[in-house]
Design a protein around this ligand. Structure first.
Ligand code: NAP
Length: 487
């Protein structure tokens, strides 16, 4: 066990949707890594649930194939002995008695029910868990995104789940909050005397948050077409990142202290609606082009040549109406089929008030703090220094560069590793409270409505480009540019 990993109480973790993409690609590898680190108590059980008719051996064989690349087979086989499978249909009675008896067999265990299914099943699953009294004692439920597609549907889900599980038992996951760099943002801001005095409209020029993907929608087109970039990325992940940058110092890291501060930020976002959406937002949809060296089809082709008004790209300018941030734009952009896969937060400081250097020394650049979430999690602080050597003084803009992997010599754990064990521990600091989800929808809803009211289609952009040219114009109108390091 590494110094940083603390043991947890024995638990049963049930994954509804245990054969699905998220479970196999993210959740089980995360649990396996924690197992390798000695953090999964020997009596703990991981239980996959889906409709497919499998037994424990069949499920283990599926997972073995998916996980074999992570580590040597001997350790994997030991881990898989703690993994079980129960075939269940969330909407049918059959099998639930047996499942309840299986879980009830270890009453002293913490129980985690991870709903990694389509959200339409959340209510059915919670109702059954309630019916079999599996919601009692040390039980928790984890809800995957998306929680609704607007405020009304989010409330419906939250109301229904809330009838079975108390808010303190409900963990709404946003895996961005489990990323090392996001954790580190808290430590950088509140563990150093350096930044916080400068962290306001007096010293910060603007903030950019980029979440760029190279992939298209692939086989998830049916899901994605009902969502789009604003619902899929901005309403949840990007607003959570914005909150972590913008919130006031919480009094402690106690769950509600942090979430109260994030909520205040969400409440302070200036509305974007019919009156200003055309100036403050740009939406796009990718067309055929080249991604990672290969020709790729456009979004309509991926949907089976269907015309769609769903955006696969969004750029917007948000503002926070409070004393700390008045007048500081937060530029957000996210999209599919962009030139590189990168997620980062860039805080650009104001220029120095007066230059004492001759014009031939070069130009002064603004200081920038770049927090890279992926790939290569790390932090760069761009400073101006003198180019070394004799002769005339020349200015150079260079980064103080800290790649976490290089600095600490280990690859960074996936966000799900931290978050899954936080659920077991009952620590909701990094999970979204119901009122946060509501406040985020409250802000995002009028943007979606304005787009629908405009009747305009998203602007086409070529796969492999940085989105429609209007997204460049959005920031250049203000005399600024998107951070070039990511491009
Ligand atoms: P998926 O690959 O379609 O998997 C869905 C799972 O649910 C399968 O195991 C499926 O197995 C099971 N299932 C479907 N109907 C069921 C029923 N009536 N009763 C019991 N089980 C049922 O979906 P996914 O990509 O893993 O996504 C799961 C959730 O996570 C979704 O809400 C998604 O939006 C969210 N999410 C996914 C990702 C990702 O990277 N994949 C990322 C973030 C969030 P059977 O058909 O055999 O029942």
């Amino acid at each position: 066990m590494t110094a940083s990993s603390q043991s947890v109480e024995p638990f049963d973790l049930v994954i509804f949707g245990g054969t699905g993409d998220l479970a196999v690609r993210k959740l089980l590898p995360a649990l396996f890594h924690r197992f390798l680190d000695g953090q999964i108590p020997a009596s703990s059980r991981i239980v996959g649930i889906a409709r497919e008719a499998l037994d424990d051996a069949g499920y283990r064989a599926q997972l073995r194939e998916a996980l074999i690349g992570i580590c040597d087979a001997r350790q994997l086989d030991v881990f898989l002995q703690q993994v079980f499978y129960r075939p269940l249909d969330a909407r049918k009675d059959e099998g639930w008695d047996d499942f309840a008896a299986f879980i009830g067999g270890q009453p002293e265990h913490i129980r985690v029910f991870y709903l990694s299914t389509s959200p339409e099943l959340f209510v059915d699953i919670c109702n059954r868990l309630g019916q079999y009294k599996l919601n009692q004692g040390a039980s928790r439920v984890v809800l995957e995104k998306p929680i609704g597609r607007d405020l009304a549907s989010a409330n419906q889900i939250n109301d229904a789940v809330g009838k079975v599980f108390d808010e303190s038992q409900t963990f709404r996951i946003d895996h961005y909050l489990g990323k090392e760099t996001v954790q580190n943002l808290l430590v950088l801001r509140f563990g150093n005397a350096l930044f916080e005095p400068l962290w306001n409209a007096g010293h910060i020029d603007h903030v950019q948050i980029t979440v760029a993907e190279t992939l298209g929608v692939g086989h998830r087109g049916a899901y994605y077409d009902r969502a789009g970039a604003l619902r899929d990325m901005v309403q949840n992940h990007m607003l959570q990142l914005l909150c972590m940058v913008a919130m006031e110092p919480p009094s402690s890291l106690a769950p509600d202290a942090v979430r109260d501060e994030k909520l205040k930020v969400l409440h302070s976002l200036k509305p974007i609606d019919d009156n200003n959406a055309a100036q403050l937002t740009v939406r796009g949809q990718y067309r055929a082009g080249v991604a990672e060296g290969a020709s790729v089809p456009g979004y309509p082709e991926e949907l089976g040549n269907n015309k769609s008004n769903t955006e696969t790209f969004v750029a917007l300018k948000a503002e926070i109406a409070n004393w700390r941030w008045a007048g500081v734009p937060f530029y957000l952009r996210t999209g599919k089929r962009l030139p590189s896969r990168v997620s980062e937060i860039v805080v650009t400081f104001k220029p120095v008030p007066h230059s004492i250097f001759n014009a031939d020394a070069g130009t002064l650049s603004q200081n920038r703090l770049v927090l890279r979430l992926q790939p290569d999690e790390g932090v760069k602080l761009w400073l101006t220094i003198k180019h070394p050597g004799p002769g005339g003084l020349r200015l150079r803009h260079v980064p103080l560069d800290m790649s976490f992997a290089e600095a600490f010599g280990v690859s960074q754990p996936d966000a799900y590793e931290r978050l899954l064990l936080d659920v077991v521990r009952g620590n909701p600091t990094l999970f979204m409270r119901r009122d946060e989800v509501e406040a985020a929808w409250h802000w995002a809803g009028p943007i979606l409505a304005a787009w629908a009211d405009s009747g305009e289609a998203p602007r086409p952009y070529t796969s492999g480009s940085w989105g429609p040219s209007a997204a460049v114009a959005l920031i250049e109108r203000d005399g600024r540019t998107w951070n070039e390091d990511s491009e």
